[in-house]
Ligand binder design. Sequence first.
Ligand code: PHE
Length: 472
Amino acid sequence: MQKKEGFTSKIGFVLAAAGSAVGLGNIWRFPYLTAKYGGGIFLLTYLVLVLTFGYALLVAENAIGRMTGKGPIGAFREFCAGKKSFLGSVRIGGWINSIVPMIIVPYYCVIGGWVTKYVFAMMCNPVARFSKDAVEKFAGTEMAASTAYFQNFVTSTWEPIGFFLLFMLINVIVAAFGVEKGVERFNKILMPILILLIIAICIYCGFLPNAGAGFRYYLMPDPAKFSYMTVVAAMGQLFFSLSIAMGIMITYGAYMRKEDDLVSSVNQIEIFDTGVAFLAGLMIIPCVVAFGGEKAAESAGVGLVFITMPQVFASFPGGQFVGVAFFILVLFAAATSAISLLETNVHTICQELKISRAKAIFLNVMEIIVIGAVTVLGYSVLSFVKPLKFIPKYSGMDILDTLDFISNSVLMPIGAIFTTVLVVAVIGIERISREIRGDKKWYREWVFQFCMCVIVVPCLLVVLLNATGLLG
Ligand code: PHE
């Protein structure tokens, strides 16, 4: 993202943005949230939001970046310059957008560490160990072996820290030496392989006994399962997965050439990102239901991919090899996203503190190590720490959940409100629409304008109120 010369082709832009968007959000976060929040109803809510909210914000952020050629702080500052009182204060939106990736990157690296561990876990254990009928002990209790294996790993003290640091280091080295281009090139080959592999696993899962119930759970919305939390969770997921409300798409937009068609680029990112998430759900959820019933799906948590996928790999010949390949590919998808997070932070720190890139990397690494290590320990020696204990609804959240919740369900909606106010009240909806449209026909212009002017702010306010625990 530090490529000052900008993207040299439209496809270069789309691939870089898609590389940032497609990551753990699609493969780790989306399936477990879908399982937990009622399957089909969550999927439906998510799709509606992507096509309205997500789309509008994605377009808006890219346009803001392209109009100013700046990152979020600079762009907000430029538009708000000279404006008085309220409109002038909208500029803090740039800061909110910039702080979010700093909160996300430490725990992103923690989960990246889990993926790294599972590459080794798949290599070093006979895959039969994870078979759905095998049992192992965790804390003295017998349970499904793959669950016990995961729990034993995350609740140990040093191992997860080691893998977290390993994952972080790989990404920092790539960012520090500026070899992202190489990684992107790799990804051009590996992403399609990952998608093909996911499709193949989906087909295999379709033949599992009881898979029908799983497909029904995933694809048939059950209105009885709908609640405020469905929307809050889907909204948070949308921000996370599309990499919006955190300055990333503004920064990407800044590197986009004027002559490139913004609308079709955004369409491609949206379709790609949502497609991969949909497929990941189609791969995992029928298996959870087939192996453990709907109850297992509803009690899903952050460990879902790590618990269910090994069980799937244990269920067919050659699964060991597929398991290793799967986690390596996920690791790559995670790395491109982590690198884009790092790049954004480094860019912000460099510009705002006026320090060298090396110092900015150092500062960011220190921050990641401290917050990441505390997050890891939240599952072991710090497991008594429940940061949101004082809000009854969230009293059980551990540190990772809390960071995830604060960034996705609190700060990102606030950031998105600022972006919307910037678009509607400061820049002006007509002016930005003209920039986006160029001289082409833009079919979804009314969706964009309607969302920006009418829907986004009230809905986000409701989401925020709900997040505070005051509603629902
Ligand atoms: N969108 C990425 C994912 O789905 C995560 C991410 C968020 C990456 C923000 C960059 C910035 O995994």
